[in-house]
Design a protein around this ligand. Structure first.
Ligand code: NAD
Length: 338
């Protein structure tokens, strides 16, 4: 290539970067577990990011091109900010996320996850948005099935948390259709993994996920070992937080020629049993862990595994970090850094 052509190429690249850089993405709940990973990725990809997080569960960090609005996401301050900055794309992660707690305190969950979300959508529906990406959950499927679950599987949530997510999806879908913007409701399966370099890991109290219990406790109780699975213990789908962030980034970049509304599973497509996780964790992360078999928990589904073909086809994502050995390595590093 001649030096003139090289120079032209460089200028073009700079121009594209600058154009790209001016786009600000609003991320609610951006200082939570997933948010920390996602916001870091978006900044790396040269977006500006406005994080709306009231820090009820989040941990603030500072970076170039990152603004923090310490507010409830449904506040009018946020609406005015979106208007002023001409923001067109929003990623809504903010929510309470503990399904067990939601059974004991349903009002708390419907208030934050649904009623505040409704207020937020009412506030922003006339702002000419291009797209909203909404963090939904596999909890919408309730008790799951022995087979992989695709998006057409019956939605029968068993917790107020799951129901608040399902209703959030529906509300978003109707408003997006009416106002002609694209919406993506991503049904996340169990998000796992950590990245010590950016402080993304189990730093808050929202997580009652298996890895967080394994990290914290000296004795780990397997809740029942006579389920109808290969080794008798429950099976779940673990998707790496970095793969989830990549999926959101790819959806964000997608050209929206005709606005559409999508519901997409976001899981690894693989099932891993509780017993296998506990044994591998003991081997690779915490050698002195004691593993015992405890009682079955009420309402614990036997198996929940995603069929992830729809999202894979839409954005060509491979979920390459969503395997047990990579996830355990990340927790090992996290554990050593604490
Ligand atoms: N972690 C998982 O395995 C998982 C699985 C399925 C779905 N999800 C969904 O993904 C999203 C992110 O999950 P996470 O694991 O990062 O949770 P998290 O609790 O770590 O993050 C949520 C963030 O939202 C903030 N927040 C909550 N309510 C707010 C409000 N009213 N106004 C402003 N900020 C508020 C919290 O301070 C926190 O930083 C949630 O919507 C959750 O339901 C997570």
């Amino acid at each position: 290539m001649t030096s003139k052509k090289l120079m032209e190429k460089k200028l073009k690249k700079n121009f594209i970067m600058k154009q790209h850089k001016i786009e600000t993405i609003l991320v609610t709940g951006g200082f939570g577990y997933l948010g920390t990973s996602l916001v870091n990725l978006l900044l790396k990809k040269n977006y500006k990011v406005a994080v709306v997080d009231n820090l009820c569960n989040g941990k603030k960090f500072k970076k170039k091109n990152l603004i923090h609005l310490n507010q409830n996401f449904s506040s009018k301050v946020i609406t005015n900010f979106i208007k002023k900055k001409n923001i067109k794309k929003i990623i809504h992660l903010a929510a309470y996320i503990d399904a067990e707690e939601s059974v004991n305190n349903p009002v708390k969950y419907f208030q934050n996850n649904l009623i505040e979300f409704k207020k937020f959508l009412e506030n922003i529906k006339n702002l000419n948005l291009k797209k909203i990406i909404f963090a939904s959950s596999a909890a919408v499927y309730g008790n799951g099935s022995k087979k992989k679950i695709d998006e057409r599987f019956d939605t029968k949530p068993v917790s107020p948390y799951g129901l608040s997510k399902l209703q959030g999806e529906k509300l978003l879908g109707f408003i997006a259709k009416k106002k002609s913007f694209s919406s993506y409701s991503l049904r996340f399966f169990n998000i796992a993994g950590a990245n010590v370099n950016i402080g993304c890991g189990p730093f808050n109290k929202s997580y009652k996920h298996i890895f967080n219990i394994l990290l914290k406790k000296k004795i780990f109780f397997i809740n029942g070992n006579n389920y109808d699975t290969k080794d008798g213990t429950c099976v779940r789908d673990y998707v790496n937080v970095s793969d989830v962030s990549e999926a959101i980034y790819k959806l964000l970049k997608r050209n929206e020629i005709n606005p559409n509304n999508y519901i997409l599973n976001c899981g690894s497509g693989k099932g891993i049993s509780v017993k296998l996780i506990a044994n591998e964790f003991k081997k690779k992360v915490k050698n002195d862990l004691l593993i015992k078999v405890g009682k079955k928990r009420k309402g614990d589904p036997t198996s929940i595994i995603s069929n992830n073909l729809k999202i894979k086809k839409l954005i060509s994502i491979k979920f390459k970090n969503s395997n047990l050995s990579k996830i355990l390595n990340e927790y090992d590093q996290w554990n050593k850094s604490k």
